[in-house]
Design a protein. Structure first.
Length: 130
């Protein structure tokens, strides 16, 4: 059995990271979970500022785009390893559950973008316990 990294010069150079590159954009890692009331999407975006981030909904598709700036290191003499993607990114996800587009929320904290997509027809009601 042949090693796909051996036949791909980028695979040899960048390892598994090359799989996450798509043309001129990279793709952040994503988790999508469903609860009783909503679909929650978590996107790993360490080093991305909210001003460089856009979240949009087109029908049942969620589109997350933005850019991560390269860390400035003027004193670098030699690059030994580079796996953290910089530049523009894009992630498009089809959400297989009907959700209320008017109530979608997004919050970026500690390098994780959390997007909450409330299910259509569901209303979260706080229950007081006595």
């Amino acid at each position: 059995m042949s090693d796909p990294k051996r036949s791909d010069p980028f695979g040899e150079l960048f390892g598994d990271f090359a799989v996450r590159l798509r043309g001129d954009r990279w793709q952040p890692d994503v988790d999508v979970v469903e609860t009783e009331n909503e679909v929650v999407v978590r996107v790993e975006l360490a080093g991305v500022h909210s001003r460089d981030l856009r979240v949009g909904v087109d029908g049942s598709e969620l589109c997350i785009t933005g850019q991560r700036a390269a860390a400035e290191s003027p004193d670098v003499r030699r690059l030994h390893q580079m796996e953290i993607a910089t530049g523009p990114f894009e992630r498009r996800l089809r959400i297989p559950v009907s959700f209320d587009r008017e109530r979608v929320t997004a919050h970026l904290a500690d390098g994780i973008l959390t997007i909450q997509l409330p299910k259509r027809g569901r209303r979260n009601v706080a229950v007081e316990r006595g």
